[in-house]
Write a protein that binds this ligand. Structure first.
Ligand code: GLU
Length: 486
């Protein structure tokens, strides 16, 4: 069996879109699942779409996500160069285009703009394209040579048959057959000498021994033309896997407007890389069981591309948030703290033990920006309604709360040790003396300390972090508010 070779072939045109990252991930997984090679090729022949810095984003993302390439511009594996603009300088595309001309599968076209403007156009995938009428196919050898000698600008076009059909196979979509009359004679080499993306892609996949091509299904409609090229050369067509569309919650194509369409957006929104990768793996693929949490290594083991689905994959930010929360829970504390610290520092300016607070919130947040809402009361006691002291289940009322706070205040004033354990013992002793349930005492104290219904920790843990002075201040404030309300 030949070794599986896949490639991620991004065009450096900007951010790492979720769809691009999914292609890279699936290419990586398909190769690694079978012990094959995963290659990076930069497709930069479309100079107009080139964006400064985009190549760096590609490298950074692959490194951060752990999609380590075996070969690429920075790792020669014997199939270089790995950047199309550099490949072009070797003359490879022109050489193959000429081979097709010799076979009658391509031809020089000298038509100028004025003539092309008179031709029929068609809308293909939202873009207007000229349907070329094969005018230059009938030029004689002499005419062609004279034009070339005179330096007349030219393009090289694919010579597609006008009759018959072309069939190709996609692993998800099955056999697809199109009428050859629908295939336009697409340009292979542009007038500036650069190959078109379509041509370079085919030449490169073949010459770089790529066995599996995984890409978005927006390429499905161009595939017959690619297949025609393979056939014209007599090359073996790779295995095609065209991935389903990724949509937003409204079933529209995931776009910038959703606010979370790129890897960078998601990082900025406080998601962790591992959760993003895990979630993206499930955008179109699912394992046999309904398991959802996978490390990259586990994905490699489980990833069978035959289980990719054709139906559109909905990017569900709520689900990603849940998944991210699971990753935060499972994360090693030091790693968590390192990432949480900037968010804690932004929310808290008082001198507090941030590590203790981080430990409290670790299992309660889904993304780092959730920290702000969880910890705000440490910074400043919010204004709160004394109705909060009344809690049915805890059997507390404003009256009982005022009594508890008034009784516990002198005890806490006398207490020196403000560690969680010592404070807890003190409160337990008080609970026993009173012969009540824990909540009857804890609820009013926690309310006075936080002014919130929900806190990331209990009364004594909060007191430990706030310290004696601030804790007493807040309990006195609670007494004051309750007294005024009664
Ligand atoms: N350069 C193309 C892109 O970035 C690659 C498509 C393919 O994988 O063939 O979309």
């Amino acid at each position: 069996m030949t070794k599986i070779r896949t490639r991620y072939a991004p065009s450096p045109t900007g951010k790492m879109h979720v769809g691009n990252l999914r292609s890279a991930l699936y290419e990586f997984l398909i190769a690694k699942h079978e012990g094959g090679d995963f290659m990076l090729r930069i497709e930069d022949t479309d100079q107009e779409r080139f964006v400064e810095g985009a190549t760096e984003i590609i490298y950074r993302t692959l490194e951060k996500t752990g999609l380590v390439h075996d070969e690429g511009p920075d790792k020669d594996g014997g199939y270089g160069p790995y950047v199309q603009s550099e490949r072009m300088k070797t003359g490879i595309y022109m050489k193959y285009a000429k081979e097709l001309i010799d076979k009658g599968e391509a031809y020089y076209c000298f038509c100028d703009k004025e003539r092309l403007a008179t031709l029929k156009t068609e809308i293909v995938e939202g873009k207007e394209i000229t349907v070329y009428d094969k005018h230059c196919l009938s030029l004689s050898k002499e005419e062609i040579e004279a034009n070339l000698a005179a330096g007349k600008p030219f393009v090289i076009r694919q010579n597609n048959p006008t009759e018959g059909t072309t069939t190709f196979h996609d692993e998800l979509y099955g056999d697809i057959t199109v009428e050859n009359s629908e295939l336009d004679d697409m340009i292979l080499i542009k007038s500036d000498g650069y190959p078109t993306y379509n041509f370079a892609n085919v030449v490169d996949d073949h010459t770089m021994n790529i066995t599996h091509v995984v890409r978005g299904n927006e390429y499905l409609s161009s595939s017959p033309k690619y297949v025609r090229l393979y056939e014209a050369f007599g090359w073996q067509v790779p295995v095609y896997v065209h991935l389903p569309l990724i949509t937003d919650e409204n079933h529209k194509k995931l776009s910038k407007r959703s606010g979370h369409s790129s890897f960078e957006d998601l990082l900025e929104q406080g998601f962790v890389t591992e959760a993003i990768v895990n979630y993206i793996a499930l955008l179109g693929w699912s394992p046999e069981d309904n398991r959802e949490i996978f490390s990259l290594q586990e994905l490699i083991e489980k990833f069978d591309y035959h289980r990719i689905s054709k139906s559109p994959a909905v990017f569900d930010i709520v689900k990603l948030r849940w998944m991210n929360g699971e990753y935060l829970k499972a994360m090693d504390f030091d790693a968590f703290y390192e990432m949480a610290e900037p968010y804690l520092k932004a929310a808290l300016t008082r001198d507090l033990d941030l590590k203790k607070i981080a430990a409290m919130v670790k299992t309660r947040i889904e993304v780092f920006p959730d920290i702000a809402d969880q910890v705000d009361f440490f910074e400043k006691l919010p204004e709160y309604d004394t109705a909060m002291y009344t809690h049915k289940k805890m059997k507390t009322t404003a009256v009982s709360s005022l009594e508890v706070l008034t009784e516990i205040l002198p005890v806490l004033e006398a207490q020196e040790d403000y560690s969680n354990d010592a404070l807890y013992q003190t409160l337990l002793t008080y609970v026993e003396q009173k012969g009540c349930k824990n909540g009857y005492v804890m609820w009013p104290i926690r309310t006075a300390l936080s002014g919130k219904q929900m806190t990331p920790a209990g009364a004594t843990e909060i007191m430990e972090v706030l310290g004696k002075e601030e804790s007493l201040k807040r309990i006195r404030k609670g007494i004051e508010l309750l007294s005024a309300a009664l």
